[in-house]
Write a new protein. Structure first.
Length: 434
């Protein structure tokens, strides 16, 4: 049964992956058609075609390898200096720039001269190339909101899980009281497991972050604490102690190994699934975007540890880069977890949301052959054309993105090598959640 659920989890993730890819390419397709660019192909996946059909001038299809997708637009690059357009065979990989200039005019038909990608104004080309990643961002936001506001997220609450009998510095590696340890304020005030703190020193406390900050700022004070105990509100009096506690950063997260003197009450907060309102959801998503940007910037620094995890004896760190195979494996593990089905679904949705957020950020890098590289080329063309107009110089014409092909191939090569490294690590030393 466990094996069956594991396989089911992988299948569910694979379906979500295909939908995300198709959604991305739909952004490119819809905007390209809106601006009159001819699109001969819209494909989800790579490799051999397993299904396709023609609708109008576009062939829609699904290919065997579900690791990407592409649309083929006519005239991605301008012609050469001689103005010649030659149709040649090309690889259909959407992620790679087609075989330079010749491939840009594959399947050129009479009347296409006015339907070429490069002939569109720069702002239209920016919209076409940005639309794909933007669709992933829209999907990521929708999925995150579904989890945050619909299912809720696991977090600390204002409910008491347990009461500490004494005051122990959090920097000490022990959890048993000694005779010299003073009695904890929570124990002395009569606080019990199951109590839900609803007010602290006259301030309503609906979330753990607020309550924690109030306690830390009340060192040495005698404060009233209102708790909900079995449906009845009970007021307790506590003399807040001063203790060495874990330091918090500007985001309210604990800083490992660093401590500060602050107020201490002496209880452990219970964790629970808490639904977020829209404002809290926006703050949470903003933090995740920041974390994702930081992770993307830190990718090069993680390569040595990733190599050691794949080919050496090094551990696979939890924040290590993970590819499609690793994410599919996580999807399988989620399906086998002994948790409520609603939380399994929430974890699946969160996994796909994170995947779509990563797709958006990665594709926005201003490097060919990524979408961001084409956006950068269009913006540069607009800048130099407007500058020439201001300086009353001749129009320099379209920016020839094809000249950047050597850089594009280097970037693509690095990306392929990194993808293979992540794939090996995901197979031999995967990230596990259970």
């Amino acid at each position: 049964m466990t094996t069956l659920m594991f396989i089911l989890g992988i299948v569910v993730f694979a379906v979500g992956l295909l939908v995300s890819i198709a959604w991305h390419e739909l952004g490119h397709l819809s905007t390209a058609k809106m601006f009159g660019i001819r699109v001969p192909q819209y494909m989800v996946g790579f490799g051999p075609t397993i299904w396709s059909r023609h609708k109008g001038e576009t062939e829609y299809g699904i290919k065997a390898i579900p690791f990407g997708g592409y649309i083929r637009m006519i005239g991605m690059f301008p012609p050469g200096a001689d103005g010649r357009l030659e149709a040649r065979s090309t690889s259909p990989w959407r992620g790679m720039i087609e075989d330079a200039r010749s491939a840009a005019f594959e399947e050129l038909q009479p009347g296409d001269e006015k339907r070429l990608f490069y002939t569109r104004k720069p702002w239209k080309r920016v919209i076409v190339m940005f639309a794909g990643p933007f669709m992933n961002l829209i999907l990521a936001v929708a999925l995150f909101l579904t989890v945050l506001m619909g299912f809720g997220v696991q977090q600390q609450t204002t409910t008491v899980s347990s009461v500490s009998p004494c005051v122990i510095s959090q920097s000490e590696n022990r959890d048993t009281c000694e005779k010299s340890d003073p009695r904890s304020p929570a124990e002395a005030a009569g606080m019990k497991a199951g109590d839900r703190i609803v007010a602290f020193d006259g301030v309503r406390t609906d979330d753990w972050g607020t309550l924690s900050d109030l306690i830390r700022d009340s060192a040495g004070k005698a404060v009233p604490i209102v708790v909900d105990r079995d449906g009845q509100e009970v007021t307790l009096q506590a003399d807040i102690a001063t203790n060495l506690v874990a330091k918090k950063d500007s985001d309210g997260l604990y800083v490992e190994g660093e401590y500060v003197k602050a107020g201490f009450l002496g209880f452990s907060a219970a964790t629970g699934v808490v639904k977020q309102d829209f404002g809290d959801s926006v703050v949470w998503m903003t933090d995740r975007v920041g974390d994702a940007v930081d992770s993307l910037a830190a990718l090069p620094s993680k390569v040595p540890a990733l190599w050691d995890a794949a080919f050496g004896d090094g551990p696979r760190e939890q924040d290590s880069p993970m590819g499609v195979v690793g994410a599919a494996r996580v999807g399988g593990e989620i399906a086998t977890l002994d948790i409520p089905a609603s939380q399994q679904m929430a974890m699946f949705v969160m996994l796909l949301a994170g995947f779509n957020l990563s797709l958006f950020l990665f594709n926005m890098l201003p490097l060919l052959p990524l979408d961001g590289g084409h956006i950068a080329g269009a913006l540069w063309e607009s800048l130099r054309r407007n500058l020439a107009r201001v300086l009353r110089r001749p129009d320099p014409g379209p920016f020839d993105v094809a000249k950047l092909m050597p850089v594009a191939y280097v970037v693509a090569g690095v990306f392929v090598c990194f993808t293979l490294l992540v794939l090996v690590a995901d197979v031999v030393n995967p990230i596990r959640i259970s």
